[in-house]
Write a protein that binds this ligand. Structure first.
Ligand code: SF4
Length: 366
């Protein structure tokens, strides 16, 4: 696997002023520790309930390792958000149990309207989604009627409904390149770091909604330089939601799935990983002989997200998964009219992937 070309991001796009809402980042949930016997009992109960409800478990790479393992053991899947939704569409199960954050449950529901989609905690959201309220975003779009609206998957169903294209980080670049070749100007939302990365590779004319992921923003460049000096043979893997000074130090820049692939395929023994630490479960599973090092964050004493673990992803646990399966609560409901508009830009992306031979199976987002 060749190193990713580093973009020259020195020439920044014109900045747009938007009054972003204040995002309340929750504390990391402190789940009561379970004994081995308690954990096994819960897993057994969850397996039974999945069968009784004709349900399948789909979990994101950033969730707790126990949940990822359980999804795999029960014939579910562990993937990025789009693949989670696509997997759900292929299942005969009547219920999809989505362990992740809310926009993932919504995307599953958009693509599988006839199925019941439930989640362990509907309050598990995402700073990108929270930081892009639909009414404000719609007003922003109205100011640029000549721009094609491209939004990242980490958005609400209403924001998707206002867009022309939905993209994941794995397919954002080819779609933006395609639009740029057609001479289209692009309004990008909500992650500005991913947007700038895509712009500097594609050369597209773009304006940006100034959102960001609170987890990836915490990676610190000076500390990363120090870590690289301590591990000179380590490859640096970076998710493009990270700030520019982190992307600048990357050997590989890519989606969750691309980073997992890099650990498996690159010859290096050590990897410094700048994305949510939940991904280590799958990386270690795919390449047990490799050494994974968390990229440094602001560290102790800073905000709760400085541990490189998304606090919203942390709202998923064995305990509340069992509870939601017992009760059948926390169903995702979407207004059919909004769903009808939101599915179009998602379908456009899927059709583009098919037409251009871009396999979505291994294309990640979030
Ligand atoms: S890691 Fe960042 S982008 Fe992913 S769900 Fe958490 S806040 Fe959102």
């Amino acid at each position: 696997m060749n190193p990713t070309p580093r973009p020259d991001m020195s020439a920044n796009a014109p900045s747009i002023t938007v009054d972003l809402p204040t995002i309340k980042v929750p504390d990391h949930p402190q789940w009561p520790a379970l004994s081995t016997a308690e954990k096994e009992a819960l897993k057994t109960e969850i397996k039974t309930l999945l069968k009784q409800r004709n349900a399948v478990l789909v979990a994101h790479y950033y969730t707790d390792a126990d949940l990822q393992a359980l999804a795999e053991e029960t014939g579910g899947c562990v993937a990025d958000s789009l693949e989670m939704a696509r997997f759900g569409a292929e299942q005969e199960a009547e219920t999809l149990v989505v362990c992740g954050v809310r926009f993932m449950g919504e995307t599953s529901k958009i693509l599988n309207p006839e199925k019941q989609v439930i989640m362990p905690d509907l309050a598990a959201t995402c700073s990108l989604d929270e930081g892009c309220p639909a009414d404000q975003f719609s007003a922003f779009c109205d100011q640029y009627p000549d721009h094609t609206v491209v939004v990242y998957a980490n958005t609400s169903v209403e924001v998707k409904a206002r867009s022309d294209w939905v993209v994941t980080s794995g397919i954002a670049l080819p779609i933006v390149q395609h639009l740029a070749e057609r001479g289209e100007k692009i309004l990008w939302a909500p992650d500005r770091h991913l947007g700038h990365y895509v712009q500097h590779i594609s050369g597209a004319e773009m304006i940006f909604w100034p959102g960001s992921c609170v987890v990836h923003e915490e990676f610190k460049s000076v500390a990363l330089e120090r870590t690289r000096r301590l591990h000179p043979n380590a490859a640096v893997l970076v998710h493009p939601e990270s700030p520019q000074n982190i992307v600048d130090q990357a050997d590989v820049i890519g989606s969750t799935t691309a980073l997992i692939k890099a650990v498996k395929e690159m010859k290096n023994r050590e990897f410094i990983v700048a994305t949510d630490g939940g991904i280590f479960y799958k990386m270690q599973q795919m390449a047990p002989d490799k050494v994974l090092i968390e990229a440094p964050t602001a560290g102790e004493g800073a905000t709760c997200v400085s541990c490189a673990h998304c606090p919203w992803m942390g709202m998923n646990s064995l305990q509340n998964l069992a509870q939601v399966l017992r009760s059948g609560e926390n169903a995702i409901e979407i207004d059919p009219a909004v769903r009808e508009r939101a599915v179009k830009p998602i379908q456009r992306m899927l059709d583009f992937a098919k037409t251009h031979g871009i396999g979505m199976q291994n294309k990640g987002n979030a």
